[in-house]
Write a new protein. Structure first.
Length: 201
């Protein structure tokens, strides 16, 4: 009887020692598992890509546009940058003017929207110091000066949106978007676009 009791105690103690040893070996592993961080946390997103893409695409940004009324081209609030409505000002200082569907073709409207994008990028860079501080494009409002029967506003604003994808990438360069037609825009410009960006740094 005593031998059977001793045998049970031996097996019990051996089991507890084994469990303890296993747990001791697993604790460091578990600690490592639960302290692992994502490969690219938000603060560790690789930088340098937007400015590098601009150089690779040989894109020259115009000088930062100056306000023509009582406003500023861009305002940063925390991690959000609000870009005011920008127009299609060319490098030579002139603007693309006229109504799409009357004075301008769809293709010319698309190009005007792309020029607007260059001006927005110029304001963003001037405000932040570098386009590499942009995390992503959040929201776009595109306004097209067009005739009442023109219905291809989204295709016009694609000129802006496709530029953003080229510069910031497929995911970060796409945001929520509205594209609407207008009876008139300031100084008869063809396109006006405002945008919101998430930024860091």
């Amino acid at each position: 009887m005593r031998q059977q009791t001793n045998r049970r105690a031996f097996l019990r103690d051996g089991f507890l020692i084994g469990v303890g040893a296993s747990a001791g070996a697993l604790i460091p592993v578990a600690a490592r598992i639960f302290t692992l961080q994502p490969a690219f946390a938000r603060d560790e997103i690789p930088t340098g890509t937007a400015e590098k893409r601009l150089r690779e695409l040989a894109i020259e940004l115009p000088p930062p546009p100056k306000p023509v009324a009582v406003y500023v081209p861009a305002v940063r609030v925390g991690d959000t940058l609000y870009a005011s409505g920008h127009g299609p000002r060319r490098l030579d200082g002139t603007s693309v003017q006229g109504k799409v569907g009357q004075d301008l073709t769809l293709e010319q409207g698309y190009e005007a929207a792309r020029i607007v994008g260059l001006n927005v990028l110029s304001s963003v860079r001037n405000t932040l110091g570098s386009l590499d501080k942009v995390v992503r494009l959040v929201k776009v409002l595109g306004m097209v000066n067009c005739t009442p029967d023109f219905a291809q506003q989204p295709q016009v604003i694609n000129g802006f949106s496709e530029l953003m994808v080229q510069v910031f990438g497929e995911e970060a360069g796409k945001g929520a978007r509205s594209a609407v037609g207008m009876n008139a825009l300031p100084s008869n410009i063809a396109v006006e676009i405002e945008a919101i960006f998430e930024v860091r740094g």
